[in-house]
Design a protein around this ligand. Sequence first.
Ligand SMILES: [Zn+2]
Length: 407
Amino acid sequence: MADIRPERVLSDLRTLATFGAYKSGVHRPTLSEPDIAAREWFVGRLCAAGLDASIDGIANILGKSAAPGRKVLAGSHLESQNYAGWLDGPLGCVYALEAARAISEDPVNRHLGIDVAVFCDEEGHFGSFLGSRSFIGLLEESEIDSAVNRATAMSMREALKVPGWCGRPRLRIDPARYAAFFEAHIEQGDVLESLGLKIGVVTAIVAIWQYRLTVEGEQNHAGTTSMARRRDAGLELVRLLGAIDARFPEICGPRTVWTTGSIDLNPGEKSIIPGKAEALFQLRDADPPVLDRLDGELNALVQRANAKGRCRLALERISASTPALMDERLQAALDRAAEARAPGRRTRMPSGAGHDAQWLARKLPAAMLFVPSIGGISHHWSENTSDEDIVLGAQVFTDAIVDVLKG
Ligand SMILES: [Zn+2]
């Protein structure tokens, strides 16, 4: 067993939280000044741990171990959402760093190797998983050319020029080098806390299916058009959303979630009956048959509304990802490690949020460990996890990696 050093884990996390500190969280958007400083600091920590570390042309960081044999790749991301929490991302980076340190300090296991990775822009300030997709070879130069910061309108190329990383080559994964990829993360939900559990072993990262619902009615005067003859697109849309919400609980999976993230009424004036209405609707689940069933039901509900309503409804599926399955052997290693350190306090669970691991899983057997989020809160500056849970998670993470490297 390679023992982690709890005070080192906590102090590294607290130091990272000083880069872009905001209330008890951080505001550290990708390639902002504090983000650049945090990356440089982290490279220093990787080098101090004996890893050969560098930052590449898309601000990804890789710290390479000199140990012989196949290694484990571990890591997460360092940037934050706007005005968000201190652990989302950094926890997984520091766990990976600590696993590398603990293993190199352990006389029994120091021949084992961990490479530590930090993937740029997981939080999507410039694009969608640009860092992890670059690392697995699924990012074209043209996409970087067109990537622009949503908040500041600065191009990614310009932002990369500030620290001088723009012209550097981009690192690519060498799958033959690795036995597995491990990522740790805060749960960002309240499953663990509400069940009194300490460790979540992720089974799959959910698929996200996105839809556009459009309704066409007739724009008209809100005072002179009788209720009997009006064709109110807004009302029809809301009726449909109500019908979805009534029907889905009867046929969904235990952890299916659905969200109407945006509703737009046209023209959107207080005295005009909306002639058009549009909603963006999203489904998340880790089970393909559940997604297919809900997709079929959505179409049926739209058809039914069309048959009896006065408006024309249409449903368009904009995107449909597939769930990223985590490797069973790695899940079993996390189970064993969790059971040894905190008997009876673990569960297997899907991840409702996207993570870099979903991309790494295309190249390597991948696994994710969750620690509890206090109150289930994340993407908010009050996001937190108890010190005790942070330390326990780091040890379980390290134990599982040692287990896999020895296996
Ligand atoms: Zn994250």
